[in-house]
Design a protein around this ligand. Sequence first.
Ligand code: 8YV
Length: 314
Amino acid sequence: MVDLLQVAQIPPFLVERLSKEFTVHDFVAPSDPEKQLAEIGSSIKGIIAGGIKGPDAALINRLENLEIIASFGVGFDATDVVAAQKRGVIVTNTPEVLTGDVADLAMTLILTLLRRTSEAERFLRDGKWLKGRMDLGTTLRGKRLGILGLGRIGKAVARRAEVFGLQICFHDIAPMGDMTYRSYPSSVELAEASDILLVTCEGGEANRGVVNAEVLEALGPNGFIVNTARGPIIDQDAMVKALLDERIAGAALDVFDGEPAVPAELMGMENVVLTPHIASSTHETRRAMADLVYDNLRAYFDGKAVITPVPPQI
Ligand code: 8YV
């Protein structure tokens, strides 16, 4: 059986399925990685990675017989794709199958943030309703939603958001051709034109800190920020500071820089909605993602073309 190295947590049912046809070596939290690699490193032909945890260049280059990295997630920033592709190692991800659920969560966060439903539930459970009414929320209708990164997920959110009466605008580095939504040439200009700034662009070094203090300043004291992409895209310290100083109105975040750790300051803020990276976490989507990881590996080791290769990054 072909040897695979599992470097990230994936659903147990996927490990079980793969284990029937491959030898899966658990390398998620190795107690002695050097020893384990000395024993099995040369036999490893495939890596199973995750969206948040993937192999770095050192591990990729250490595995001399590595041929494929199958990542459980659409974002592949955790894997050093350049190091892999330089060596001719194929990398696959799980696009499309999670788009709908991620877009649904983005809408959920926007609604929760503006209509204050998390806060409302805390208000009720804490018995505060018995003593008075809760403060008012903000309507979605007529508000401007600025989408930073109008890819598959950004477009899926835009379609949903239109139904709620939001006006869509965006900034993307890729040319968008006949797009009817208004485009802005920079993140700052997009933020200036937005009531809600939604981050749906790719993660990775190129986009680290794209939403910086200047962008948050442009969003302004009535502006909300929502992130379903990757934590490091937002300068987290700048965002916390902007929230503390009331220079932005609120935030809804499914991802964090350094997750699963979340800045303590955010925990106590009523105008902040926090979810533990659950955008693709439905039974149906996780099954579909798992099937795609399996199908990519099976296709590759059967000598066929993989289904969802990550495009060349070099
Ligand atoms: C997953 C994700 O939670 O697809 C992605 O890029 O971030 C999420 O769908 C993650 O990949 C699980 O490893």
